[in-house]
Design a protein around this ligand. Structure first.
Ligand SMILES: [Zn+2]
Length: 137
């Protein structure tokens, strides 16, 4: 899994970039500070206006170029550069499936468009493929 937009479960220091252990975040009611340098701690996610992690994005682009099937799930497909991955997959010959509640700019180019909530469509797809969805017994 490549986390283009980070992971809200992680935090790090904006000054020394040290990861902040999750245990230090428990019960914190004010802006937390780094135990190493005193810098502010922030969630390890990419906010609007910030760059995506370049190495992770490069890996995602390589995967989009090499995949046989690409799923674009639950996205407006308008926020670049992440939105470009579906078009990269199309350009390199992948079968592209879009799954979203609304149609997007990608809809007219996707090979298959599944309209609806991913939380409902994905479990149905897995069941049809004979795969038990995670977390269900
Ligand atoms: Zn620090």
């Amino acid at each position: 899994m490549l986390e283009l937009h980070g992971n809200i479960e992680r935090s790090y220091c904006i000054q020394c970039r040290a990861p902040a252990p999750e245990s230090e975040m428990e019960g914190v009611t004010t802006v937390p500070h780094c135990t190493k340098c005193g810098g502010l701690i922030r969630p390890d996610v990419v906010w609007f206006g910030e760059m995506l992690p370049q190495k992770v994005f490069a890996k995602a682009e390589a995967a989009a170029r090499q995949c046989d099937m690409f799923f674009s799930i639950g996205t407006s497909a308008v926020v670049f550069p992440a939105a470009s991955l579906a078009y990269t997959a199309l350009d390199y010959g992948a079968f592209v499936v879009e799954m979203n509640v609304d149609s997007t700019d990608l809809s007219s180019r996707a090979h298959e468009v599944l309209t609806g909530k991913a939380g409902e469509i994905l479990p149905d797809l897995l069941m049809q493929a004979g795969i038990q969805p995670a977390g269900e017994q």
